[in-house]
Design a protein around this ligand. Sequence first.
Ligand code: ADP
Ligand code: MG
Length: 399
Amino acid sequence: MNMPSPAAAPAPGARRVAVLGGGQLGRMFVHAAQVAGLRVTVLEPDPASPAGAAANHHLAAAYTDPAALEVLAAQCAAATTEFENVPADALRHLARHIAVSPPADAVEVCQHRAREKACFLAAGVPCAPFAVVDSDATLAGAACAGLLPGILKTATLGYDGKGQVSVDSAQALAAAWQQLGRAPCVLEKRLPLAHEISVIVARNRDGRSVHLPVQQNLHRDGILAVTQVPAPDLGADLAEQAVASARRLADTLGYVGVLCVEFFVLADAGPEGRLVANEMAPRPHNSGHYSIDACDLSQFDLQLRTLMDWPLPMPRLHSPAVMLNLLGDLWFDDAAATTAREPDWPAVLALPGVRLHLYGKAAPRRARKMGHLTVTAATAAEARAVALQAAARLGLPPF
Ligand code: ADP
Ligand code: MG
């Protein structure tokens, strides 16, 4: 893969930086930048957003609005993004004037499952067997490529399990593609998963990278529910392999910034071994939130350091941690309830080592990420025991 070299670093003494996107990842980046004395402008069309509320300045305009981009280029020393579906051209435009990370080309790879898989192959990182489905001919080819039972995923814009349909026959595959509006897709073979893990790497403009410890992730209904660090079920060899693969992917992309790579650990070794890459996010990731409370440098500190071209020592986990995602469902008594009420926060705040993070979203909705809580403790067993108590007190299932 032939990636252009990243834009120059911001000049020393920069006072203001920009983030594109107004979600919780942007909000946590704003907090990290403000700790370091920087002012932050958030570009986000929604007038009421988690990052916009925390920013020093919220520019409520479209990501591609020329006047808004001009303001950012004139007022900010550097710009980053908090979500992968930011229009790459907005990053490209800004990069002509100020330091931008991650690079637009790398973001474009991560926006598209087929390009992402081509990158896995280019980096020599195994992924699930797959076929591109973007025409009647490729649909027919995919149906007999030994990929069933499989999962049909839209090539773009999928998240939290959205834009995915499980299929176990050629007929189901054809119906699923109709259901997805005949959008460009990839069909992936359904693999028997033992565990899911992710790795966060941060890579500087000089090509040096560091990483957070490997996270073990539990998903429910396609949405991250629990992250545990250190990963309880992962041997040192697979952990090393995951880190090496993630660093290789960052190198292949000519990446600058924070990159999260999700992996499957297979129940049995297949032709590719036990570890296969799932997908990449060109930004901090929900599975890295524990690093705010459990590491000496959080994933947002790493995003800031790579953006500003500041020194990048290897981060250290100083406490074992368990993160529980808090979805909007917690605000409702049961599936039939129509009115929301506040969860019993005092019950979990009374537990030792619990830090509650809420994103300031006004309206709780089912499956919406409203916040998370991180439990840290002296040992992994204690962190897990307290997290199980916290889950029980909130009415979340055990893990
Ligand atoms: P999203 O963008 O929604 O996170 P993913 O591709 O990561 O989409 O899929 C969501 C979840 O679905 C994964 O975390 C995993 O639990 C499951 N999944 C996805 N692809 C496969 C597969 N090929 N085999 C088995 N499980 C899968
Ligand atoms: Mg995923």
